[in-house]
Design a binder for this molecule. Structure first.
Ligand code: NAP
Length: 270
């Protein structure tokens, strides 16, 4: 049985084992998938042990995506853009290919599952960490009219906007004054994990705004409550993105594309 895993710290809460087990059952693929909690300074050693024992590929989550990018022998264009890899595939000789499927996952959820057209839209991205870095390139490639990036630490928003300046209309702004009338407001911060919403002015939301938190479940509550109270027209958490980025990884590993809708529905308990 081919062995796969997700590495993170902590990782016990991860839904990835459940998602990949569902994909494997649905597509008839024979594989195992486990969660591996690597110590903060022990990711490289844990990954090498996994590969030496026949591991075929892995997902990588907080806080190891940057290190996974550096450890990969080669990376696809999206991982190079993001300078972070959330998916590794073991190739002949134990060489590692790195990928970033977060942007593809988000765009599939927005466009295919939620039916949003992105071309010509004004988008506000809150956050400038690894998840934000993974989605800026795909958002710009989708032909949005403008991307404004804000972050608690403003310098990181500026750095991220500068890195992508050649890829499309992107600029950084102050968290408390990003402008108004956005079609889409994406929360790519970890604030919800502390039970908090980012410190955004209500003017960023209108009845035409779709608010989307990359975080899912109760941690998406504070941002989505803020958006709802401020009059956003629609609110979504990041569960669909989670399943879509996993499906892209599954395809990279197995060459088979699983259906995502039944897995999203099962995780939502509907
Ligand atoms: P990260 O690299 O650690 O970045 C964290 C970001 O959150 C930074 O922009 C940070 O701002 C901001 N932040 C943290 N606490 C905050 C607070 N109390 N108030 C305002 N801003 C705060 O993490 P990441 O990899 O980007 O992940 C961000 C979130 O996205 C995580 O919760 C992760 O679970 C989620 N995610 C979901 C998916 C999915 O498939 N649904 C995929 C990837 C990530 P500073 O720069 O000021 O520190």
């Amino acid at each position: 049985m081919d062995r796969y895993a997700v590495f993170g710290h902590p990782v016990g809460h991860s839904k990835s084992p459940q998602i990949h087990a569902a994909f494997a059952a649905q597509t008839g693929q024979s594989l195992s998938y486990e969660a591996i909690d690597a110590p903060p300074n022990g990711f490289a050693a844990a990954l090498r042990g996994f590969v030496d024992q026949g591991g075929r590929g892995c997902n990588v989550t907080v806080p190891f995506k940057d290190e996974a990018y550096r450890l990969a022998d080669r990376c696809d264009a999206l991982a190079r853009q993001a300078q972070a890899a959330n998916t590794l595939r073991v190739e002949p000789g134990g060489r590692l290919a790195g990928f970033n499927t977060d942007g593809v996952g988000l765009l599939r959820d927005l466009t295919q599952n939620l039916g949003l057209a992105l071309a010509g839209r004004r988008v506000l991205l809150v956050g400038a960490g690894g998840a934000a870095a993974g989605i800026v390139g795909p958002l710009l490639a989708a032909g949005i009219a403008e991307l404004v990036i804000v972050n608690r630490t403003p310098q990181r928003a500026g750095d991220l906007a500068r890195r992508f300046a050649a890829h499309g209309p992107v600029r950084a702004s102050a968290l408390q004054a990003p402008g108004s009338g956005f079609d889409l407001v994406l929360n790519a911060t970890a604030a919800g994990l502390d039970g908090r919403a980012p410190d955004l002015p209500v003017a960023v939301f209108s009845p035409e705004t779709v608010a989307y938190d990359l975080v899912y479940g109760p941690a998406a509550g504070p941002f989505l409550a803020l958006a709802r109270q401020a009059g956003a027209g629609a609110c979504h958490d990041g569960l669909g993105m989670l399943v879509e980025q996993a499906a892209e990884a599954f395809w990279l590993w197995r060459g088979v594309r699983p259906a995502t809708a039944p897995v999203i529905a099962a995780l939502r308990g509907v």
